[in-house]
Design a binder for this molecule. Sequence first.
Ligand SMILES: [Zn+2]
Length: 286
Amino acid sequence: MAVYNGYKGANTCTKGPADGAKGAMAWFLAKYKELGGRNSGIYNCRNVRGSSRTTSLHGEGRAVDFGLKWYDKISVFEEFAEQLRLNSAELGIQCIIFNRKIFSGGYASKGWHRYGGVNPHTDHLHVELSWGAANRDLEDTIALWERELGGAGNVKPVGNKTKPKPSVAKQPTDYKDLKITGKLDKPTIEALQIVLRAIDLYNREVDGGLKYYTIVGLQKWMRAVGEYPSKKFKIDGKAQRETWKAVQRFLRRKGFYPASKWIIDGKPESATISGLQRYLNTQNGK
Ligand SMILES: [Zn+2]
């Protein structure tokens, strides 16, 4: 039981959640789901809120948001946060933000102190892992957290059934160059699903169907790149106009939907889909 010393900020977005972060989340859900714990996210390529330069640790896939559903259980999570701090050296936790308080390994001796960020963090614990902890594999992380924290409080031991479910078995991870058809055909949607899987925004089958989860993934992707802000747009799995407008703005930025030729109208017509196909062709492994 010891407190972590040190802090390493994020440089640039990686491709997805680190295994150590996934393991921490799996352990947390196994322990706290019944008490209202939930997964509020790991990977998200974005800047620190309120800043335009600093990459969030979520962009490196080593920050974990342990969500809590019921505010009246906040004391349970306060205790959990304190256990994390007290064991932060063993677990490789460099920072925790919860309920207007922050612990940072950058000034570990200060313990908890006031957090004045935009988001008060009353509905989730933001927990940042060191690179060492982030790179630990999933099963080892679960075992480590169980060893360090399993006896703490009144949480139950992690059993077999609580192992994280593997995502859909054996799915394609790459695709060939798409034909520029200007149509949302099956190969195009499959390619989109493969790209979304690679950034952990789609964990279902690559089936070429533009259905709910694919659109949810597309909306989350557009949100992550700043074109579908949460203040204005909902993640609702409906391919409405605003979703396609976001895609058009994104493609414009990437040079596949020039302002000299096309307007942002939210209509997924030939120019938009051709642009998307061209963009997707830059994302395959060729
Ligand atoms: Zn967070």
